[in-house]
Design a protein around this ligand. Sequence first.
Ligand code: PHE
Length: 444
Amino acid sequence: MDENRVTFVSKIGMVAAAAGSAIGLGNIWRFPSQTAGGGGAIFILVYIGCVLFFGIPLMTAEFIIGRSSRANTAGAFRKLAPGTPWIWVGRLGVLTGFVIMGFYMVVCGWTLDYIFQSLTGQLFSVKDYAANFVQLQENHLKQTLLTTIFIILTALFTLSGVKRGVEKSSKIFMPILFLLLIILGIRAVTLPGSSEGLAFLFKPEMKNVKSTVFLDAMGQAFFSLSIGMGCMTTYASYFRNDVNLTKTAVQVSVLDTLVAILAGVVIFPSAFALTANPDTIISDLVAGGPGLLFITIPQLFGQMSLSALWSTFFFVLLALAAITSTISLMEVTTIYLQEEYRISRKKATFFVCIGVFITGTISSFSPEFFNLLDYASAKLMLPIGGFFISLFVGWYLDKRMIMAHITNKGTIKYGRAFLKGYIFILRYVAPIAILAIFLYGLLS
Ligand code: PHE
C-alpha cells in the first residue's frame, strides 16, 4: 500500500464523506424533477426498489474494490485483475465523472447565483419566480462565470488534500441541511392546498406514469448514490481497514434516500399549494424540467417571514452539499491522472479544471448539451459501469477476499450465508435487473 495516500481519520468521518458525496444536488434538485417527470409515487417506489436491489449491494462492491486495492479506480481494476480488459471499467468511470461535472457544475453555479439573489433581496423583489429562473438560464455569460467560480472552489479543496476538509464539513453541515429540510417540509405541508402534492408523492396513480419510469428511476438511483463510476471506489481507497463496509453502504444509502424524499416533501406540496393553475400543475411540473427547485423553493420562502434569511441559509447549505459532491467527482479524475500518468496533484487538478471549464461552458450556453450530458451519464454510462462492477465482484474476485471485507473479519454472524446471498445478488439479480431496465428503457 502506498503510504503517501492519506486516509480518513475517523470512522464517522468516512461515513460523512461518502454521504457527502452521495447527498447533493442529485437529491434536492434532480430527484424532484425526475419524480415529476416519472409520475410521482410510482417513480418513488421503483426508485426505492433500485436502491435496495442494486444500490446498496453495488455500493458495497465499490467499497470492496477500493479498499482492497487502495488505488484510483482504473488502477484498482489493474491491481485486482492484472492484464485483463477490466481496467476499461475503471476508465469508463473516470470518463463518466468527467461528463457529470460538465453539467453538474452549472447547477452548482445556479446555487451561487441564488445565494447572491437572496442576500441582495433581488429574489423576492421579482414576483415571477419562473421568469427569474429563465432569465438566469438565458444569461450564458453569467452562468459560465458562476460555473467557473464553482470549479475553482472545488479545485481549491482538491489541492489542499481532500480528506480532512470534506470529513469535517460533511459532519457539520449535512445534519444542519437535514434539519432545515424538515422545517421546510413542515412549512410546506401546512400550506393550504398542499395535500394534493403529498398525494402525488405517496399515492400511486397509474395515469401519471410513463414507460421510461424504470430507466429514469434507475438512473436517478445510480446518480444519487454516486455509484457506477468509481467514486465510492476512490473514497473507499482511503477508508481504514476496520470500517464495516456493508454497514456504511446501508447508512449512506438510507440517509441519501431520506434526504431525497424530504426534498420531495418540501417541493411538491409547495408546488401544488402555490400554483396559479391547479388543473395543469402536473404537466407544468414536467415542462418546468430542471427549474423546479429554483422556482418552487423561492416561492415557498416568499410565503414565510424573513424570506431572504431563510433563503440565503438554504442556498448556502445547498452549495455546501453540492461542493462535497463535486469534490468527490473531481477526486476521481484527479487521482486517476496523478497515479496513472505520474504527474503532480497540481498538474492533474489543473488539467481536470480546464476540461471541465470547456464542457461546463458549452453546457452554460446550450441546454441541449446540458441535457445530453445529464442523460448520457445517468441513464447510459452509470448503469453500464454498475453492470460491469457487479459482474466483476460477483464472478471475478476471490470469495475469501470479499468475505473478509464484507463481514468485517467475521463480526457478522452467519457470515457464509450472508456472503452467498450477496454474491447471488451481484452475479444474477443486479446485472439482470440493470440489463432488463436498460433495454426496456431504450426500446420503449
Ligand atoms: N450523488 C451526487 C448527488 O446526488 C452526484 C454524484 C454522482 C457525485 C456521481 C459523485 C458521483 O448530487
